[in-house]
Write a protein that binds this ligand. Structure first.
Ligand code: DI6
Ligand code: FE
Length: 404
């Protein structure tokens, strides 16, 4: 397999426990072999014999190299938009009230059911490419705007097709328990009953990598969430949870009991919930875009998460209702300004910890043996990635060892 050498760069390896902040390594050299990183270290330590084996050399001209970014929580495939609801909210109607009146998620479900697969692929593709243009090399995409077998299947197939047509890794999550569809109005338990065979079928079709639930007073109860998680466990699928976004429903505790990969949102997380997550190794995925767009005032308890050493990831939550956002870099900035993340925590949140939130051990840090997914940036220091608002200093990105 051919070897490539990358030089004239500084590397932010993001390795856990590195001596330098960000795992910063000035004047680094990186050797890729096919889809993997073969060697990484200070350039002066690059063995001559290895250098001689490299068939290509890339001069990075002083760029900063980081792991490829990972957007670990998105609802990227959907029909329509919710700009009219945005106008209503600006008139003072709340997000929950709009949902209770049949708008909100339900209105996107109508638009998504009406849309053809090719239309969903077209609109999703635009959002996907915006994220890729900022160095995203892995993305999670949830279903949850179909809420019936044929439409959930359509959305998950669109996600798989987007992966085939773009140089990015897509992980799919079945979020059938996102809302109760109108045909099950007032019968949420019956809807949960219907989800179990649906999950089974979609899993058998190879469309599901993980399972998520919206556990909330406008979503599903803890008991209903447990039923979905039990079914996921039977199928051997990892679980994640939308928990404590609008209220403390005790979802984090439940998710931890099931060894969930992540709990996401968490504005209302209790200290018991944080302890349970720490013990279970569940990642906290924080979503500053939704916090900002819904003008929330309840901050997620960042100090509590730090105190219990719960790994913190960051994501766009790209969705039409609470975070119509296709910039992961903007989330770094918002996490710092709104949540008082450090830039170091922010960058770890879209690399190492985001990989952990997806259960992926082969990426998120730069190290030999990891996937050669990385981004080259026109910045002097990694903190600059969180500092700028609406800038995109990406110079190039590499996916499985190939410039894309
Ligand atoms: N929480 C969210 O923030 C999104 N889904 C969820 O469970 C919002 C979905 C929407 O409003 O369309
Ligand atoms: Fe979400």
């Amino acid at each position: 397999m051919s070897l490539s050498l990358w030089t004239h760069c500084d590397a932010a390896t993001l390795q856990e426990g590195a001596a330098q902040p960000y795992g910063l390594m000035p004047d680094a050299a990186l050797v890729t072999e096919g889809e993997m990183i073969r060697w990484l270290g200070p350039r002066k330590h690059l063995p001559d014999a290895l250098k001689a084996q490299c068939s290509t050399e890339h001069d990075c001209q002083g760029a900063l190299i980081t792991p490829g970014l990972i957007d670990c929580h998105t609802h990227l495939v959907y029909g329509g938009d919710r700009a009219a609801e945005f106008e209503q909210r600006l008139q003072g109607v709340s997000y929950e009230d709009i949902a209770r009146r049949g708008g909100g998620i339900a209105s996107t479900v109508r638009a998504t059911r009406e849309a053809s697969a090719s239309e969903l692929e077209r609109s999703g593709g635009i959002r996907l490419r915006a994220l890729m243009a900022e160095g995203v090399t892995t993305i999670e995409i949830k279903s949850g705007y179909g809420l019936a077998l044929e439409h959930e299947r359509k959305c998950l197939q669109v996600a798989r097709n987007l992966a085939r047509s773009h140089a990015i890794d897509v992980r799919t999550t079945f979020l059938g328990a996102h809302a109760v569809p109108s045909e099950f109005a007032g019968q949420s338990d019956a809807y949960v009953d219907s989800l179990l065979p649906m999950m089974h079928t979609l899993h058998a079709e190879g469309l599901v990598d993980a399972v998520d639930v919206f556990c909330e007073r406008i979503g599903f109860s803890v008991a209903q969430t447990a039923r979905v998680f039990d079914a996921a466990r039977v199928l051997g699928l990892p679980v994640k949870l939308h928990a404590e976004q609008l209220s403390d429903s005790g979802g984090a505790q439940l998710a931890a009991d099931y060894g969930a990969l992540s709990c996401d949102h968490l504005e209302w997380l209790s200290s018991e919930g944080a302890v349970a997550m720490a013990q279970a190794g569940t990642v906290a995925v924080l979503l500053p875009g939704a916090f900002y767009f819904l003008r929330e005032t309840q901050l997620p308890p960042i100090d509590l998460l730090r105190q219990h050493k719960v790994p913190m990831a960051l994501s766009t939550d790209c969705n039409p209702g609470s975070s119509p956002c296709t910039s992961l870099l903007l989330m770094l900035n918002m996490a710092c300004t709104l949540f008082r993340f450090t830039p170091k925590e922010a960058l770890a949140g879209v690399t190492r910890h985001a990989a952990q939130a997806l259960g992926l051990a082969d990426r998120g840090v730069l190290a030999p043996g990891m996937r050669a997914d990385f981004a080259l940036w026109d910045v002097q220091h990694p903190a600059a990635l969180a500092y700028a608002i609406g800038a995109n200093p990406l110079r190039a990105s590499v996916y499985k060892g190939q410039l894309r």
